[in-house]
Write a protein that binds this ligand. Structure first.
Ligand SMILES: C[S@@+](CC[C@H](N)C(=O)[O-])C[C@H]1O[C@@H](n2cnc3c(N)ncnc32)[C@H](O)[C@@H]1O
Length: 170
């Protein structure tokens, strides 16, 4: 195999791949851990969620009583499933196809899922409106919040938008 020569005709110039940004590293890690994450969530192994945060986010949504909801970074889909069981039309989006596939497999009527990054949504891949936008522990990178102002505009005017951002492992 011959290596490409650089413009000066000298030795081949080998470019080191750029280090992936934090966001890319996070997504690669979610893809690797999709099954283990699903097991942990569905077996109730994350006590802070079981004891506090799951109930709190469901209550906040119930208070607004939306007809439609966008679950950004939906993971394996537990929140979207719960909301659909309460009669809300839900779209869950996540960058990780393994997770949206798992979420779809066990989805009740009213919950559907698409594999979309926040960046996809910010650049117009989602042409729907929602009364509530929720991101439950899914704003993990350094760019997410900036990117998400745009999806929220596409849902405008949302009745409510909830961001639940982790300060400890979620
Ligand atoms: C801690 S999990 C939370 C999942 C779910 N919201 C829940 O309550 O269990 C974070 C999720 O955010 C998703 N995520 C992170 N960065 C993303 C991005 N840039 N675009 C779309 N999804 C992203 C991950 O794939 C992962 O499923």
């Amino acid at each position: 195999m011959s290596l490409p020569r650089d413009a000066a005709g000298g030795a081949a110039s080998v470019q080191k791949p750029a280090l992936p940004g934090l966001e890319e590293q996070i997504l690669a890690s979610w893809a690797t851990n999709a099954v283990a994450w699903t097991r942990a969530v569905r077996r109730g192994e994350i006590l802070s969620r079981e004891r506090v945060t799951n109930g709190a986010i469901l209550e906040a949504i119930r208070d607004v009583a939306p007809r439609t909801l966008l679950d950004l970074g939906c993971g394996e889909g537990w929140l979207a499933h719960q909301c659909a069981l309460q009669g809300i039309e839900v779209l869950g989006t996540d960058a990780v196809a393994e997770l949206t596939a798992i979420a779809t497999e066990s989805a009740p009527p009213g919950a559907r899922f698409q594999t979309l990054t926040y960046q996809d949504i910010a650049t117009g891949s989602l042409n729907e409106r929602f009364e509530v936008v929720v991101a439950n522990f899914s704003l993990l990178g350094d760019r997410s919040l900036g990117e998400l102002s745009s999806p929220c505009r596409s849902c405008s005017p949302p009745v409510a938008a909830f961001w639940c951002r982790p300060c400890t492992p979620c």
